[in-house]
Design a protein around this ligand. Structure first.
Ligand code: ZN
Length: 305
């Protein structure tokens, strides 16, 4: 499968910028890691696709952006996090969510998500992260992201996201388009963009038909002159490590860890603690001796400070 790519461009009159992603390989990786049902694949895949695009709009190399969707539907919630390069990772709380398709044959993502909130969290290296929150308008994710930009950042935005799941549950095609108006956009360019929006109503079908990012950008900006800046390779990337899971483990505290080990022993189980990464399902195993050693080291470090 080809690596996922993001095309970045801008209209020649400076009215709008455009981002187009073919995220098929990212969504396919997510499906394999999380074993998602088709509806869960669509919900998670759309969120990952949007997060990857939004990552490439961050200002600094160490910045990250996370999209957290919390709804009252059976999906439970979806989280996706991207870096400055557009690499992305994510998970859905209930990967087994399975509800009937909508009458138009599309997977019922809004039914799986339900009513709730979308949080956008931007972490900028040091300091407090910036958090923006909006109520979900539809739970279809693309509309919710457009509403977030319009209401929270006053940036008129067109967002189209799509995931097509194959009969074998793999990702057949996935992708997205994000168009944002810049200050002082020319009214005739705005009108032309609006006229092209219906052509993006089934964006995963466009990618499935073999169209490239450039061809989809041509469609989205039909009748408008624009320049392509670059095309970035992106992927599903998890940066977890044993050191990080050590930190999570230690954050429980000595008492809690000792209780956990004791409970496991009382139940006749191995006292090992296995930490698994939410994003990539990698397992990190810690034996009782290793855990005690970590606690000792952390406490002696604290003592020295
Ligand atoms: Zn991981």
């Amino acid at each position: 499968m080809q690596k996922a790519k993001i095309l970045r461009g801008m209209t020649s009159d400076g009215s709008a910028r455009i981002l187009v992603i073919n995220s098929t390989s990212i969504v396919d990786d997510a499906i394999r890691i999380h074993n998602t049902t088709p509806t869960a694949s669509a919900a998670l895949g759309r969120t990952l696709t949007a997060a990857s695009l939004m990552g490439t709009m961050l200002g600094e190399e160490n910045d990250t952006i996370s999209l957290s969707i919390r709804g009252d539907g059976p999906a439970g919630g979806v989280l996706a996090s991207a870096d400055y390069f557009g690499n992305v990772k994510g998970y859905i709380i209930n990967p087994d969510v399975d509800i009937p398709k909508k009458s138009n044959g599309k997977l019922d993502v809004s039914g799986a998500i339900g009513h709730g909130k979308l949080n956008i969290i931007r972490s900028m290296g040091t300091g407090e992260p910036y958090v923006g929150t909006v109520d979900l308008v539809s739970g279809e994710i693309a509309e919710d992201i457009a509403a977030y930009y319009a209401n929270s950042e006053q940036i008129p935005t067109v967002c189209a996201l799509g995931v097509l799941v194959d009969v074998d549950y793999s990702c057949r095609a996935a992708g997205g388009v994000l168009i944002q108006l810049l200050p002082f956009a020319a009214p005739e360019t705005v009108d032309a963009i609006e006229a092209n929006v219906p052509a993006l109503s089934n964006v995963s079908r466009l990618f499935d038909s073999g169209m490239s990012n450039k061809e989809i950008a041509d469609l989205a900006l039909s009748g408008i002159e624009y320049d392509v800046f670059d095309e970035l390779e992106v992927g599903y990337v998890c940066d977890c490590s044993r050191e990080r899971s050590e930190k999570v483990l230690l954050s429980l505290g000595r008492e809690e860890l000792e209780n956990l080990i004791r409970e496991k022993k009382d139940a006749g189980e191995s006292p090992d603690i296995e930490m698994s990464c939410h994003f990539c399902d990698k397992k990190y195993n810690f034996t009782e001796a290793e855990i005690l050693k970590l606690i000792e080291e952390a406490e002696s470090k604290k003592g020295k400070k």
